[in-house]
Design a protein around this ligand. Structure first.
Ligand code: NAD
Length: 523
């Protein structure tokens, strides 16, 4: 018996954040089990790849049917383990995954099939080129707790349809939802070794990076992302990093205030603010500032905070106490520097230990942590600005660049400003919902990450490009091979001039046309 097997397994505990009830205690996968999972995945992957895209699309179709039939059960499992309201479990998790399957079912074959590469270089005209998209082999996925179903599922579906095996290490806080995803995939016909879940914590994630995976898709915080990037660099493991955000909302002087304030309140408080694309900071034109503040306060006070399983609930609990402490320390820092708390700003202990009141803060500045660091809680800090240029500068004054939004009745003005904002996505007159557009790439710039998930660019991340070059004249030696000799260099000069020196080319073509050698104006 190896030493590893004699050591008692580390445990992770799945808890209902609304009630504190322990749902299940599970063993973390040991290092040897992580290695074995990678090996099993590798061995099984060839057959999965050889099945072909059309067959794998059929598996996705069956998965979609399974999920549709069990949507209420899956949504309840998500709410129980993450705390979010049932309505959000259905829209931001189940619906997003059903739609991601829809996108892949409709488009995977077209995107993944061989693509002809026409050659522009005259020397390459006698060769045909094709781009092949081949699966990496085994894709490791490490996922967070805030979207415990939609994040790993959308990434998994793309990896699987491209012909990869997947080993998923879910967050230690939401293991049960990951096991539910496994049941749905296996029921749809995904072989057990083609999708495996490894329960565990950060150390299990470390072991996964060291296992036989060929690429890693990581979603989580910036500090963990940086650690993962360093570990991946040591073995040149390709990675996608979907990291944190500090998404700005820019409300211009001509915005529809009723719509923009509803968006701000929803964008800041949905999933108790624990959304990577949450409205984390809000900038409002000074002429609309006071009206904006009072409408946000009024709408926030109407929200019902409670257990997400109660269908009346708008805002559920936060995931755990540590997350509440981050919120508290940022609010203490903001108030010490002169910010005004207009509503909220406190825990709600009568509801449970993880509940925090949705909080609207006025007069925020960029000296405050709440405007610079990811809050990941139900907090809406608001600041006034005077001109569009200033709004763009404030939006870009951040180490993050996940998404942003611009609010205006003038579409051209909004799109113009959107182009100046450094972010993976900028929405004009909407927040957060780009995550649910299956065609749209999701990902960030700056510290918000590297690479993309979702849509065709997300599918491209799951394949290696192979360029297949076939010569149409296999019996002919190339003129640029040995030996060169002085004549060859002169011929090459002429060839280069013919291709690239515009005046010579025009003169030559004119002469050839005048001599009746060619008729076409194009040569
Ligand atoms: P986290 O970084 O603490 O953990 C994420 C995952 O990494 C977990 O599964 C964890 O067990 C694992 N992990 C921790 N240390 C590890 C290590 N050293 N090596 C390998 N794996 C390790 O993040 P979290 O608290 O679970 O999630 C919240 C964060 O995720 C926020 O910053 C949020 O913005 C971000 N997020 C980003 C996106 C996006 O798409 N950009 C989406 C959701 C969440």
């Amino acid at each position: 018996m190896s030493v590893d097997l004699q050591v008692a397994a580390r445990k992770v505990v799945s808890t209902n954040p609304a009630t504190g009830e322990m749902l299940r205690e599970l063993d973390c996968a040991r290092e040897t089990e992580v290695q074995a999972a990678g090996l099993r995945a590798r061995q099984a992957q060839t057959a999965w790849m050889e099945l072909g895209v059309r067959e794998r699309v059929e598996v996705l179709r069956r998965f979609q049917r399974e999920l549709l039939g069990k949507k209420d059960k899956v949504a309840a499992a998500i709410t129980r383990e993450s705390g979010k309201p049932l309505a959000e479990a259905l829209t931001t998790e189940v619906l997003v995954v059903l739609d991601a399957a829809r996108f892949l079912i409709a488009n995977a074959y077209r995107i993944l099939r061989d693509e002809a590469v026409p050659h522009g270089n005259l020397a390459a005209k006698l060769k045909s080129g094709r781009m092949l998209r081949e699966p990496y082999g085994v894709i490791g996925i490490i996922s967070p707790w805030n979207y415990p179903f939609s994040i790993p599922a959308t990434e998994t579906l793309a990896a699987l349809v491209a012909g990869n095996a997947v080993v998923l290490k879910p967050s230690e806080f939401t293991s049960l939802v990951a096991l539910e995803l496994g049941s749905l995939l296996h029921a749809a016909g995904v072989p057990p070794n083609i999708f495996q879940v490894l329960i565990g914590d950060g150390a299990t994630g470390v072991a996964l990076i060291e296992s036989q995976i060929d690429k890693l898709i990581f979603t989580g915080s910036v500090p963990t992302g940086k650690r993962i990037a360093a570990a991946a660099a040591a073995r040149l493991l390709p990675i996608v990093l979907e990291l944190g955000g500090k998404d700005p909302m820019l409300v211009l002087d001509d915005a529809d205030l009723d719509v923009a304030t509803s968006a701000a309140v929803w964008g800041a408080f949905m999933n108790a603010g624990q959304t990577c694309l949450s409205v984390e900071r809000c900038y409002v034109h000074r002429s609309r500032y006071e009206a904006f503040l009072s409408a946000c306060v009024e709408k926030t006070k109407r929200l019902l905070v409670g257990n997400g399983l109660d269908t009346d609930t708008d805002v559920g609990p936060m995931i755990h106490e540590k997350q509440l402490r981050i919120v508290e320390s940022q609010i203490a820092d903001a108030t010490a520097q002169g910010a005004r708390i207009l509503t909220g700003g406190c825990r709600l202990p009568h509801l449970g230990t993880n509940f925090y009141a949705p909080t609207v803060i006025a007069d925020a500045t960029h000296e405050m942590r709440v405007m610079r660091e990811e809050t990941f809680g139900p907090v809406l800090p608001i600041m006034a600005f005077d001109a569009d240029d200033e709004a763009a500068r404030l939006a870009n004054d951040s180490e993050y660049g996940l998404s942003a939004s611009v609010w205006t009745r003038d579409q051209a003005r909004g799109e113009g400003l959107a182009r100046r904002i450094q972010a993976g996505t900028v929405m004009v007159n909407d927040v957060v919902s780009c995550f649910g557009i299956s065609e749209a790439p999701h990902g960030g710039v700056k510290n918000s990450g590297v690479g993309r998930t979702h849509g065709r660019f997300g599918l491209d991340e799951m394949v290696r490009l192979k360029y297949l070059d076939a010569d149409r004249m296999p019996g002919m030696k190339k003129v640029w091979w040995y030996r060169y000799g002085g004549g060859f260099a002169r011929q090459m000069e002429g060839f280069i001039d013919f291709q690239f020196a515009e005046s010579l080319r025009k003169r030559l073509c004119g002469a050839l046309r005048a001599a009746g050698v060619v008729r076409s104006r194009k040569l």
